[in-house]
Write a protein that binds this ligand. Structure first.
Ligand SMILES: Cc1cc2nc3c(=O)[nH]c(=O)nc-3n(C[C@H](O)[C@H](O)[C@H](O)COP(=O)(O)OP(=O)(O)OC[C@H]3O[C@@H](n4cnc5c(N)ncnc54)[C@H](O)[C@@H]3O)c2cc1C
Length: 287
């Protein structure tokens, strides 16, 4: 069995230099909640891990200029505690509903995005719906990429690259929500999830982004679902039709937790519940 070595760089620049020098022998290590289960997935561990947990630069959450910037080292628990604008609510909800408290206290935003072969990653559909961009540190400097582009190019990203933060636009009038379904409940992996983000012009949806997680190999946006919402009032019946449009466009994966047909069958109800969360008042949400 391979025994890994852990390096502890002092800065993001040092981490990038280490990763570039190590090439295929190295990999970032954030919360380790995905890496630690590599043997269970039959995936080899890296010879050297470059630990990110000591890098304060990755831990910030900053608000300003119509965006919220969330460091890659922010944990699910920290994100779940953010009291942000409505445009961020879906992402906060995804963090709150993901996994279990012990896992949420160490698992990070960057690890959730970068984990390959993880269809159930909860933050990813919420970030896609929120139109997030990924800021990368590379040996050549910082670069910003559309999240969908980043996801489509994994695995095989260049060595020496690190996600440093995500940038989420939070315009006034935008609202977002996230819903997930598990087989037994609680924080286990979701069979399917839906993230909605809508801009409202009065009661009418003027722009929408709908993302589906858990159904295909990686989360993805559904333009067909968004098209159903745009121009209509934001109500549960329309959201259900949007969920059906998303299901019609997906090729669902089979799994031990659920067959493909089931993942598709639950999407209309998940979209309906997400819309209900968007339209409910704080009083409705009290239990
Ligand atoms: C029992 C259990 C249940 C879980 N349930 C869920 C769940 O329901 N929903 C959910 O979303 N998650 C769940 N997770 C957590 C999941 O592992 C994390 O959400 C996340 O995917 C990993 O984050 P991490 O910081 O631990 O990443 P790590 O394990 O440290 O890294 C994951 C991958 O990302 C790479 N990486 C890490 N940080 C960066 C970076 N900044 N830039 C580039 N690459 C990077 C690593 O090299 C590795 O390939 C669960 C975990 C466990 C153990």
């Amino acid at each position: 069995m391979t025994r890994s070595v852990v390096r502890r760089p002092a800065t993001v620049a040092d981490a990038v230099r280490d990763l570039a020098e190590l090439g295929a022998d190295g990999a970032p290590l954030a919360g380790g909640t995905w890496v630690m289960r590599a043997p269970l997935r039959g995936v080899p561990v890296a010879r050297v891990y470059v630990a990110l947990d000591g890098l304060a630069e990755l831990r910030d959450i900053r608000t300003g200029d119509g965006v919220v910037e969330i460091g890659a080292g922010v944990t699910h628990a920290e994100l779940a505690a953010v009291d942000g604008p409505p445009a961020l609510a879906g992402l906060v909800e995804a963090a709150r509903r993901s996994a279990f408290p012990a896992v949420r206290s160490v698992a990070t935003v960057g690890g959730n995005i970068a984990a390959v072969g993880f269809p159930e990653a909860d933050l990813v559909p919420a970030l896609l719906a929120a139109d997030a961009r990924v800021v990368l540190a590379t040996p050549e400097g910082e670069r910003t990429e559309d999240l969908a582009t980043y996801l489509a190019s994994r695995p095989g990203r260049p060595a020496g690259e690190l996600i440093v933060r995500v940038v989420v636009p939070v315009p006034a009038g935008r609202r977002s929500a996230f819903e997930r379904l598990t087989v037994r409940g609680g924080g286990e992996y979701a069979v399917a999830s839906v993230a909605l983000s809508v801009d409202l012009d009065g009661a009418t949806v003027s722009a929408a982004r709908v993302a589906v997680g858990g159904v295909e190999k990686a989360a993805r946006l559904s333009s067909a679902a968004a098209a159903v919402l745009v121009g209509s009032p934001l109500d549960e019946a329309t959201a259900e039709r949007a969920g059906q449009a998303a299901a019609n466009g997906c090729t669902a994966r089979e799994g031990l937790d659920a067959p493909g047909w089931y993942r598709l069958a639950v999407l209309p109800a998940l979209a309906r519940r997400a819309a209900a969360a968007l339209t409910s008042t704080p009083d409705d949400q009290q239990e």
